[in-house]
Design a protein around this ligand. Structure first.
Ligand code: ATP
Ligand code: MG
Length: 359
């Protein structure tokens, strides 16, 4: 398999940067996800690695060999796109084996690889069907099968699940994870879906406007976001980001926002001690707040409750400040009532108001 390196890679279209100064190593056998909002440069990065776009600057290497001048077909990587582009007149078997036939591989070897991939993907009973006789998820697996039979150095997948409905996406997500654990391939996966990135990846790369924001294991990045953008991008419901200021006048520091005063203890007090400015943003995840009786904690008004079955999502407000809190399914305060919120110990983040960098 393969280690992939981007060394100060940029891509400009006209005068506009699609990718700016990207330096990144994809480790051998790792599943690395590029994640970020639409237009942040994920596909452009993948296309440069695949050889479908030339970098404007910088070097791309596979296993230590610079591939900038190696044509796409000679890079020994397989790519799966969002639109699986199956041949409608060919059977599943022919679709999966087509790339190998083009390479003039012996027929017996093609049959062996097609069977192996089909078994792995649980589509071996569908080999004689045509694409239109398959469900979306099955078509997706055929496209993956085509990539798997190539036995390439690396797999590149660009939003491979985005044509599937929500339930199938979740199911395929788990299947993909299992599949790539089994084949031990180096995988670069592109998605704008934070849940997919969180659940699938060994490491993820959060991108914004063509630039890398943060690289790390999903939970490390989730728990230690480098800035408010990363904090907001990972997690659903999203983290609460409340602009306010530090009040150090009393014995203990407080965070004060419009309609809200939060005593800072533990982790937040330590972070506050490092924050040079008074203007800050408090970041607190919906799952890091607990509902207490109104006389304990920070008083907030419950506006709306969304019962999800496994949990309740509470939309609350303190004056003009709005908060989202998740609670256990049996925590069901009356709408319009006032409850008390307490912050879970050693949770929460403080960001600079101007740069949005974490303290
Ligand atoms: N061929 C092109 N010509 C000009 N601009 C382009 C071209 N391809 C991409 N761009 C621009 O480069 C930026 C990055 O595009 P890219 O396709 O890499 O984004 P993305 O992160 O994959 O987004 P999405 O999630 O919507 O697929 C965008 O601003 C896009 O408009
Ligand atoms: Mg894209």
């Amino acid at each position: 398999m393969a280690e992939i390196t981007f060394d100060r890679v940029s891509k400009r279209f006209g005068g506009q940067h699609a990718v700016r100064n990207l330096s990144l190593t994809v480790r051998d056998r790792e599943l690395l996800t590029l994640v970020g909002p639409s237009g942040c440069g994920k596909s452009t990065t993948l296309n440069m690695l695949a050889g479908l776009e030339d970098p404007s600057e910088g070097l791309i290497s596979i296993d230590g060999r610079v591939v900038n001048d190696v044509p796409s077909g000679a890079r020994d990587i397989a790519m799966v796109f969002q639109s699986y582009a199956l041949y409608p007149h060919m059977t599943v078997r022919q679709n999966i084996g087509f790339g190998l036939e083009v390479r003039r591989m012996p027929k017996a070897e093609i049959a062996r690889r097609v069977d192996e991939a089909a078994k792995l993907l649980d589509i071996d009973h569908l080999l004689d069907r045509r694409p239109r006789q398959l469900s979306g998820g099955q078509r997706q697996r055929v496209a993956l099968g085509r990539a798997l039979t190539r036995n390439p150095k690396a797999f590149l997948l660009d939003e491979p699940l985005s044509n599937l409905d929500a339930q199938l996406r979740t199911q395929m997500r788990a299947e993909l994870k299992l599949l790539f654990t089994r084949i031990e391939g180096t995988v670069v996966y592109v998605t704008h879906d934070q849940a997919e990135a969180m659940t699938l990846s060994d490491r993820l790369v959060v991108m914004r406007d063509g630039e890398v924001q943060q690289v790390g294991a999903p939970l490390d990045v989730y728990n230690n976001p480098i800035n408010a953008f990363v904090a907001r991008f990972l997690g659903s419901p999203a983290i609460n980001l409340i602009p306010g200021r530090l009040d150090r006048a009393g014995d203990a520091p407080r965070f004060v926002a419009n309609g809200l005063a939060v005593p800072l203890v533990g982790r937040l007090a330590r972070l506050a001690a490092d924050a040079p400015e008074a203007d800050i943003i408090l970041g607190i995840r919906p799952e890091d707040m607990l509902i207490a009786p109104p006389d304990g904690g920070i008083p907030v008004r419950v506006d709306v409750i969304e019962p999800m079955g496994s949990l309740n999502v509470l939309y609350a407000s303190a004056g003009p400040t709005r908060l989202v809190v998740t609670a256990a399914p049996d925590v069901f305060p009356t709408p319009s009532s006032t409850v008390g919120l307490t912050l879970a110990p050693d949770k929460g983040h403080l960001f600079a108001a101007d740069s949005e960098r974490a303290f």
